[in-house]
Design a protein around this ligand. Structure first.
Ligand SMILES: Nc1nc2c(ncn2[C@@H]2O[C@H](COP(=O)(O)OP(=O)(O)OP(=O)(O)O)[C@@H](O)[C@H]2O)c(=O)[nH]1
Ligand SMILES: [Mg+2]
Length: 296
């Protein structure tokens, strides 16, 4: 059997989390139209008779501005050490400055690393462009960088994802599975519960609100037919707290209802979800607060 760890990297918003969910056939990672939706590494496991692939969905690479930004970059780069293979996701446009910087860095790290690992370049969102538009893009990537594979895909529609999985197994080392075959993630349910609530905040609030919000689970109690979840959403300012709650609590209700539906599907039980909003000034800048919020 062939088994190993695959790190999914790329700039914010290229579709890393969408691809992870597609690969494991289940929604694990939050997806939104806004950049920097993912802030911790989400692991998804694909088990088959031919082996096992553990996908690591990482926060997008960007210039960190504060402590939480630095945490996200550490999370993304940590997977460099764990990975047997890399997927570098890109938009279906010619490589720009930012992408170049990311790829140059990967190449530099690879050169230093004696155990050089395969790198696949995945041009995502090909459902948004035509073939004649795509060909010159592929050409430019191929001219500038040397990848082990270059595969155009649509994470959303699933185009070429089977091929991607085949090519991945072909390059992974011979190894027994790392995890039992019946789990899709080895992460604690609590961690994924935070991810689901965060996704709804990203989806239903605008401007700076999603970036100012952190979710902490206060209680997670499993009963016979019901799971009770109590969670607090921290914001940086009272004004953000007011927006997040909304007139007559409407916004918070919308977030809570959508999150509960996702959680019920994921946990396979009825969920009672209680959300609070509190202000915690400077949580993004203070390492101690970050630790308390689970960003260790
Ligand atoms: N048309 C199209 N849209 C896609 C595709 N894959 C992802 N998207 C959309 O692109 C946006 C970003 O997707 P995410 O999966 O959240 O991107 P990400 O790379 O994980 O983003 P961060 O976590 O913020 O770094 C979402 O609106 C997705 O629905 C695709 O193959 N085609
Ligand atoms: Mg993501």
């Amino acid at each position: 059997m062939h088994s190993g760890f695959v790190s999914i990297i790329g700039k914010p918003n290229v579709g890393k989390s969408t691809l992870l969910n597609r690969l494991v056939g289940m929604k694990l990672a939050g997806v939104s139209k806004k950049p920097q939706t993912t802030c911790i590494v989400i692991r998804g496991i694909l088990s088959e008779s031919r082996g096992q692939i553990v996908f690591l969905d990482t926060p997008g690479f960007h210039e960190p501005k504060d402590a939480i930004g630095r945490f996200m970059m550490r999370q993304a780069t940590q997977t460099f050490l764990d990975a047997d293979l890399f997927y570098v996701l890109a938009d279906p446009v010619p490589p720009d400055e930012g992408m170049g910087a990311l790829l140059d860095r990967i190449e530099a790290e690879q050169l230093e690393d004696k155990m050089r690992k395969p790198v696949f370049c995945l041009i995502n969102k090909i459902d948004t462009i035509s073939k004649p538009e795509l060909l010159p893009v592929l050409d430019q990537y191929q001219k500038r960088f040397s990848f082990d594979e270059m595969i155009p895909i649509s994470a959303q529609r699933g185009d070429q994802v089977d091929l991607l999985v085949d090519q991945t197994y072909a390059r992974l080392p011979e190894h027994e599975p790392y995890f039992p075959p019946d789990i899709t993630s080895d992460q604690a349910e609590r961690v994924l519960v935070v991810e689901f609530i965060r996704e709804k905040i990203f989806r239903f609030t605008g401007e700076e609100i999603p970036y100012a919000a952190a979710v902490q689970i206060e209680a997670f109690e499993e009963e016979d037919k019901l799971i009770r979840v109590h969670a607090v959403i921290f914001t940086e300012k009272d004004s953000q707290k007011a927006i997040l709650i909304g007139a007559a609590g409407q916004k918070l209700k919308q977030i809570g209802t959508a999150a509960r539906k996702d959680l019920e599907q994921f946990l396979g039980k009825h969920v009672f979800l209680k959300l609070w909003v509190k202000t915690l000034k400077n949580w993004k800048k203070d390492e101690r607060y970050l630790k308390r919020l689970g960003f260790k």
